[in-house]
Every structure is written in structure tokens, then in C-alpha cells.
Design a binder for this molecule. Structure first.
Ligand code: B3K
Ligand code: ZN
Length: 858
């Protein structure tokens, strides 16, 4: 399959001014009539031919300016597209195609889910609906007329504002939608079927009344409150923070249980995975509630960062995704504890993006090439992209950043632009030269930051150096500007200097602080001011910072780094057959955390969690999954036993009375209480978990207890899993949790995971179910996935092969855990390669899966 390169970008030969669609819905034979008003693009070299993308379409008719196109002017292209020769400078093209939503298991284009119609067009799904120049720099105005059977499809939705509806013969009806804002084809959407609406209203600050609706399946109406509330808060936040108002009369959301990702920001008609809409206390965890708030906000914020100002080409994906993740993180931080939200974001960045940046798929935030664009909706484009925007704000200051956003939108409204355009707006608004900063977009790999210090006669010298390891295609790296938010702390814990922002621009720089009464401990990267790996502090300094820093992030980070160092030492000890012991330094840090736990329960819960097995593996030249698992398991048990009385007290004291609430304080208390429960479980005390499981009235507590039981060898394990299944077998989102708990339990070996894939409730066609079993097992159960027998690898390869025939996007995503085979020992590495090679050898493999597999093998 061909590689697409950023440097090969050419403007489109033809622009589309107006699109009028007529879609007659039918499960196996939907008819799509498209009328495109085309105009030659003055900015492109003149070509006589018009090329249109198309995929899985059956062409029924084509006419240009009212006359049927002769066969010698109309050519079918190899990938499924069309070429029309002898094009005038402007013309109206009318086509009619037939498509089968029922046959669409790819979930890209128009498909059926539970008898209802949904679309997903980003990145390249619109070409599966009609022939079109399916690229984001072709922005057009759309009207969409939908026609369907009234009894089975009472609801007919598309983008924009409603623009008429009526009856048709034979029990059919129609509805027209018209979207006044020009948009790229990837934002097109249709939803139709037997859905019910939960309605609300929002009035923008300039007085526009917006009708809000969330469409769900009958019976789910009571589970939309949190999503609706999150939507209204997002709308108000974007007005208050960026002066950005909503721009249509309606804002519709539709929820679907078969969806390739979290949600989609289609103009005026967001389509959501049910996972990010539906929540009741009995069925959704606190993490689910937080996920809903974040994703609803994210998709809403895209209305300006993505939709009104969109991407010129898919290499610019982070222009909308990095910026919009930055905005949703900022929003969520404003809703509760900003410090705790930051820890969660950093944890996620480090568990998903750092490994990606160190593996075979490493790519810059703005990639230079791809085979399948869907493989580039990555943690690098999203999460690292957000970090880059965050650093830019730190460099130019908040006020300038806001001015830069205003300028960016004023300059580029209704345009398809590049990351350079965004950086230029920030530079012009702030007067700060950001040319070097742009390297963050161009270079892959996580920079490593090292610290050296010297102290003499009141003079403290801090030297920082940076280097970025080589990544595929980028052997040599240049230094990047790294903002280092810092402070100096005296031996008594008091600040010795004003907090400040150092900017490390060169490979190495030295900073001098004069007149200090004593040697300070440096508190560096406060708030995680840059996405880098920091090293060079001693264990003693880390312990000190964990106890004394005023910055919550550095306190958390220092305890994590301390635990990491301790765990790495223990892994080494275990490998040389030494007995394991609880490191007293770590016990002391834990004791101090427990002393202060009630001051900020949410923070304490985050800080009490040991670094993940994946994170520890990432710190080793050659990972040892068994040893890492054994060490972490030992440590959790040892800490649980050492502090059993305190964990038991916390668990008792934090018991909830009164109604379930989902504010930050209540979530924090449940998190700490369940962290205590987990430590008790690790110490072999499962009676509390059994009692909690039996009595729980909310899913957070129920699932936390089930997890403890599932990870234990308690006789109650099987009964609890069976009871959970029996109770929730008709709630797909809860059943996903049942699969996930087992997939991630160290007690589930590869054979048990494989057996779960034969469970009648497992469904290869449902992406949520696949992620809950296959994704969770491969990415979240390293000891079982990396079993020395190779069964884990074989299971994943079998699943990828089976999935590739059903849904290539989901299949390609599942390849990732097989990528870092170079980080495993020779025997495991060879088995991982063999699994990749077996996938690669499959005839007819999709280009997306092929790209992941071949890059992993390289
Ligand atoms: N923009 C979509 C992601 C589309 C993924 C296509 N494979 C959701 C989001 O980032 O908001
Ligand atoms: Zn997004």
C-alpha cells in the first residue's frame, strides 16, 4: 500500500461550494443522490480531470450539468474512486449510488447498530457514502434530505438546523437539514431510527436559544443527566474562557453502542459511544462519570477548534486534537481539583504516550508520513499534542495565549489550516519567537532531562541537560525549548527562592542562585511543565520532596520516582535470588501519606498507587514481566500488612452515608476508601471486599470490591464474578466491565482470556467488548500477556487476524502491544516477532493492520 507524505501535499483541483444529499435509507440498499456544485480551484494547477474518492459504492448514475456522463469520460479508479475527464471550470455533478449499511461491520461510513442508522466519517468514511473529494481542505455547505420508513425510523437527524419534514406514500417520511457553516466532509453525519430524545435548552451569552437533545434507545432516558449537565457547563465555559459561542439553533447528540472510538464531533450532531453518555450510579463508576464530562466537553469544544477552523490535511491532526485535548483538560481542571486532574493526565501520558514514543510506531506530533491515517489517532497526536500547547501557553503567558487564540480564530474562521498557522498566531499575538519551539511538533521521542548541582558559600548552581533518543527515521535530535517550572526548598521545608520558570533551550545550561543560607533541594518540573523524563535526583532528595514540596505534582512525582527506584532495585534483587523486603524508605513515605490522607483524599489515592508494571518495564533496558509483577505484588501485600490497621480505619471512616454524589470531594473519598480496600485485599484480607461487594449501591464500590476478589485466591472469587454476570447480563456497558476485570486480573492467564473470547457474550463486532477483553488483556495484564509460554502473544495474534476481517480499524489498534518486542528478552522477543509475522503473512490483510505490523517488525 502507498505511503502518503506531508511534503506531497497539493491543493485540491476542484472545490465544492454546495452539497445537496438525498438519502433514502434501507438496511441493505440505501440510495444516496448527491448534487455537487463544483468550481475549479484558482490556487491549484489546472487539470482537465476531476478525481473523486469512493469506496464500497455501487454507482447507479452520473450526470454533469444535467446530461448523463458518457462512458469515455467516466473512469473507475483502482481504490474505488472515480475520474471524470473534460471538466469545465464549474459544473454541477449529480450521482446516485447504492450502499449496504447492514454489510458495514467496519463502522466507517453509514452502518446499522441495533437496527438504527449511524455514520462515522472521520477520517475517510464519507467516501463510503458518496463520491466526493474526501479531504478536509474541501469545505462545503450541505443540505441533507433523509427518507425512511416512519414506523422503524421515526427520528431523522443530520448536521445543521432542521429545514422541513413531511409524509410520503407507503408509510415513509422525510426530513431536511441544512447546515449554514461550510465544513469538511469528515464532519458529515446522519442518525436515524427508533431513538428517544432527552431535551434541554441553553441560551448563549448573545441571546441565541439553542435546543439541546441527547438521543438514546428507549429505556436509557434516565441515564443522560450527567452528559447533559456536562454539555451545558462546557458551553458556558467556552464562552467565559475563550469568548466562543455556539453557532446553530440545535445541538444534538446521539449515543450508539457500536462505535470505533469515544465520540465524534460532527457539526451540530455529535455521535457518541454509549460509554461516554449513559451513567447511573448503579451502573457507572466515578471514572465513567469523569470520562463523560471530559468527552462531552472535548467534542463540544471541537465546534471551534476543529470544525469552524479545521485541518488542511491529516498530518495537521494535532492542530485540532492536541488543542482540543488541552481545552478539555483545562475545563475539567476548572470543574474540581486542578492538581489531582493534572496527576491523572500525567499518569495517562506516561502510560500510553511515553511507551509509544519509545516504540516502533514513534512519530512526531505532526507526522511526516502515513499509510493509514486511522493509525495516527494516537496518544502522541492527542496527549503529547496537548502538552505542547500547554508549554506554549507557559512560554508566552496566559493573557498572550488568549490573544493568540482570538487571533487564530479571527484569521482562520472557515478555513482549513496548518499547525504553522496556529503557532504563527501565538507568535504574532505574543511577540515571542516560537520558531525553535516548533521542533516539538517535528521531533518524535521523549526528551530526557538530567540535573547536576553544586553548592558552595551560599551559591547554588543547577545544571540541566537534555537529549532526545533516536526514533524510527529520526536518528539525530536537536534540543527543544523545555520550560522547567521550579522552586528551591530549604532543609526545614521552607521555600528559599521565588518559584520561577527556567527555559532550557540548549543541550546544557547552568543556572546560578546566590545568597542561600543552606543547600536547597530543587523542586523541578512543577505541575509537569514539560513532557520529559527527569533524572539525577537522589533517593534522599525524592523522599524529602515527597514530604515537603508545596507543589502537589512534585510531591506525587517524587513518591512515584522513589517507588520506581525501589522497585527496580527489588527486581534486580529477585533476579539474583535474594529475598524481597519492604524498603523502609518507601514505608516511611507511605506512612507520611497516610498521616495526611484525609487532607486531600483524592490526592492521597493517587499517591498511594504504586507505579504500574508497564511503567517499571519502561525504565528497564530489557523488561522482566514476571519479576516486575512479583515485586509489585509483594510490595502491595507488604504495604497492606504493614499498614493494615490504618487501611482498615480509613475504609471504615470513609464509609458513605447519605445519597450518592459525584462531586470531586465524594469521588476523592471513594477513591481513597477503595485504595485502602485494595491494599487490604493485597494483604489477603478479602472479607471487607466481600461485604462491600454484597452491600454496594453504586458501581464504583461494587467494581472496586469485585476487582479485589477477582485478583485474590479467595473462595468468593468465582461466586462474585458469577453474581455480577447474572445481575448485569443485559447491560452491555456493565458486562464490558465484567470482561475487563477478568482480562486484567493477574489470576487470568492467557488460556483463561482465550476462553473468555468464546463466551457467548463476547462479540467481535462490538468494539467496546473487544477493547474490554482483548485490549485490556494485552495492554493491562503484562504478566499474563508476556507469559513465557507465548500463549498471550498467540491469543492476541489470533484475535487481530479474526478482527481484521470484521473491523480493520479496531484490528490495527490491537497490534500495538506486540510492537515493543525489542524491550523483551530474546525468547519473548522471538515469539512476539513470530506472532507479528503470522499476522503479516495473512492474505488480504488490511492496509492499516499491515502498516502497524510491518512497522513493528522493522
Ligand atoms: N475526532 C474523533 C476521532 C475520529 C477517529 C477516526 N478514526 C474524536 C475526537 O477526537 O474528538
Ligand atoms: Zn478530538
Amino acid at each position: 500500500p502507498p505511503t502518503i507524505r506531508r511534503e506531497d501535499y497539493r491543493p485540491p483541483a476542484f472545490l465544492v461550494e454546495q452539497v445537496d444529499l438525498h438519502i433514502a435509507l434501507h438496511p441493505t440498499a440505501t440510495r444516496v443522490r448527491a448534487r455537487l456544485a463544483l468550481r475549479r480551484n484558482p490556487a491549484a494547477p489546472a487539470t482537465p480531470a476531476l478525481e473523486l474518492d469512493g469506496e464500497a459504492l455501487t454507482l447507479l448514475s452520473a450526470a454533469l450539468d444535467g446530461a448523463p456522463l458518457a462512458a469515455d469520460r467516466l473512469h473507475h479508479l483502482p481504490g474505488g474512486g472515480l475520474r471524470i475527464d473534460g471538466m469545465p471550470d464549474s459544473a454541477v455533478l449529480e450521482t446516485e449510488v447504492e450502499i449496504s449499511p447492514e454489510a458495514n461491520s467496519e463502522l466507517s461510513g453509514l452502518y446499522l447498530s441495533g437496527g438504527n442508522y449511524f455514520t462515522q466519517c472521520e477520517a475517510e468514511g464519507f467516501r463510503r457514502i458518496t463520491y466526493f473529494p474526501d479531504r478536509p481542505d474541501v469545505m462545503a455547505r450541505y443540505t441533507t434530505t433523509l427518507e425512511a420508513d416512519r414506523a422503524t425510523c421515526p427520528v431523522l437527524l443530520s448536521n445543521g438546523n432542521p429545514d422541513g419534514a413531511g409524509e410520503l406514500p407507503d408509510g415513509r417520511h422525510w426530513a431536511r437539514w441544512s447546515d449554514p457553516h461550510p465544513k469538511p466532509s469528515y464532519l458529515f453525519a446522519v442518525v436515524a431510527g427508533d431513538l428517544v430524545a432527552v431535551r434541554d435548552r441553553f441560551t448563549t451569552r448573545s441571546g441565541r436559544a439553542v435546543a439541546l437533545a441527547i438521543y438514546v434507545r428507549r429505556g436509557d432516558e434516565d441515564a443522560c443527566g450527567h452528559a447533559m449537565d456536562s454539555l451545558k457547563r462546557s458551553m458556558a465555559w467556552d464562552e467565559a474562557t475563550y469568548g466562543l459561542e455556539y453557532d446553530l439553533d440545535v445541538f444534538n447528540i446521539a449515543a450508539v453502542s457500536d462505535f470505533n472510538m469515544g465520540a465524534m464531533e460532527n457539526k451540530g450532531l455529535n455521535v457518541f459511544n454509549t460509554k461516554y453518555i449513559l451513567a447511573r450510579p448503579e451502573t457507572a463508576t466515578d471514572a465513567d462519570y469523569e470520562g463523560i464530562e471530559t468527552v462531552v466537553a472535548h467534542e463540544y469544544f471541537h465546534n471551534w477548534t476543529g470544525n469552524r477552523v479545521t485541518c488542511r490535511d491529516w498530518f495537521q491532526l494535532s492542530l485540532k486534537e492536541g488543542l482540543t485535548v488541552f481545552r478539555d483538560q483545562h475545563f475539567s481542571a476548572d470543574q474540581g481539583s486542578a492538581a489531582v486532574k493534572r496527576l491523572a493526565d500525567v499518569r495517562r501520558l506516561r502510560s500510553a504516550q511515553f511507551p509509544e514514543d519509545a516504540g516502533p510506531m514513534a512519530h512526531p506530533v505532526r507526522p511526516d508520513s502515513y499509510v493509514e491515517i486511522n493509525n495516527f489517532y494516537t496518544a502522541t497526536v492527542y496527549q503529547k499534542g496537548a502538552e505542547v500547547v500547554r508549554m506554549m501557553r507557559a512560554l508566552i503567558g496566559e493573557a498572550n495565549f488568549r490573544r493568540g487564540m482570538d487571533l487564530y480564530i479571527a484569521r482562520h474562521d472557515n478555513q482549513a489550516v496548518t499547525i504553522e498557522d496556529f503557532v504563527r498566531a501565538m507568535q504574532d499575538a505574543s511577540g515571542v519567537d516560537l520558531s525553535r519551539f516548533s521542533r516539538w511538533y517535528a521531533q518524535a521521542g521523549t526528551p530526557e532531562l538530567r540535573v547536576w548541582e553544586a553548592f558552595e558559600a551560599g551559591r547554588y548552581t543547577l545544571t540541566l541537560s537534555q537529549s532526545t533518543p533516536p526514533t524510527p527515521g529520526q536518528p539525530d535530535k536537536q534540543p527543544v525549548p523545555i520550560p522547567v517550572a521550579m522552586g528551591l526548598i530549604g532543609p526545614d521545608g521552607a521555600a528559599l527562592a521565588e518559584p520561577q520558570m527556567l527555559l532550557l533551550e540548549e543541550t546544557e545550561q547552568t543556572y546560578v542562585f546566590e545568597g542561600l543560607p543552606a543547600k536547597p533541594v530543587p523542586s523541578l518540573l512543577r505541575g509537569f511543565s514539560a513532557p520529559v523524563k527527569l533524572s539525577g535526583l537522589t533517593l534522599e532528595q525524592l523522599g524529602f520532596l515527597a514530604a515537603h514540596d508545596t507543589d502537589a505534582f512534585v510531591r506525587w512525582e517524587s513518591s512515584q520516582q522513589y517507588a520506581t527506584a525501589a522497585m527496580l532495585e527489588m527486581v534486580a534483587a529477585l533476579r539474583s535470588q535474594k529475598p524481597l523486603e519492604l524498603p523502609e524508605g518507601l514505608a516511611a513515605i507511605t506512612a507520611a501519606l497516610l498521616d495526611r490522607a484525609m487532607e486531600d483524599p483524592a490526592f492521597a489515592a493517587e499517591a498511594l498507587a504504586l507505579p504500574s508494571e508497564e511503567f517499571i518495564a519502561d525504565q528497564m533496558a530489557v523488561a522482566d514481566p514476571e519479576a516486575i509483577h512479583a515485586v509489585r505484588h509483594f510490595l502491595r501485600g507488604a504495604l497492606g500488612r504493614r499498614f493494615a490497621a490504618r487501611f482498615a480505619a480509613l475504609h471504615g471512616d470513609l464509609a458513605e452515608s447519605g445519597p450518592y454524589r459525584i462531586d470531586g470531594a465524594a469521588i476523592g473519598r471513594r477513591a481513597l476508601r477503595n485504595a485502602a480496600l485494595a491494599y487490604l485485599g493485597a494483604a489477603g484480607e478479602t472479607a471487607r471486599a466481600e461485604a462491600q461487594f454484597a452491600a454496594a449501591t453504586n458501581m464504583t464500590d461494587s467494581l472496586a470490591a469485585l476487582r479485589v476478589l477477582a485478583d485474590s485466591d479467595s473462595p468468593a472469587r468465582e461466586a462474585a464474578l458469577a453474581a455480577f454476570h447474572a445481575r448485569w447480563k443485559d447491560e452491555p456497558l456493565v458486562l464490558d466491565k465484567w470482561f475487563m476485570i477478568q482480562a486484567m486480573s493477574p489470576r487470568t492467564g492467557a488460556a483463561a482470556a482465550e476462553a473468555l473470547s468464546h463466551h457467548p457474550d463476547f462479540d467481535l463486532r462490538n468494539p467496546n467488548r473487544v477493547r474490554a477483553l482483548v485490549g485490556a488483556f494485552a495492554a493491562g495484564n503484562p504478566a499474563a500477556f508476556h507469559a513465557a509460554s507465548g500463549e498471550g502473544y498467540r491469543f492476541l495474534a489470533d484475535m487481530v487476524i479474526a478482527l481484521d476481517a470484521v473491523n480493520t480499524q479496531v484490528a490495527a489498534r490491537m497490534v500495538s502491544p506486540l510492537g515493543p518486542w525489542k524491550r523483551q528478552d530474546a525468547a519473548r522477543g522471538a515469539m512476539m516477532r513470530a506472532a507479528l509475522e503470522r499476522i503479516a503473512a495473512r492474505p488480504g490483510l488490511s492496509k492499516g493492520t499491515y502498516e502497524k505490523v510491518s512497522k513493528s517488525l522493522a
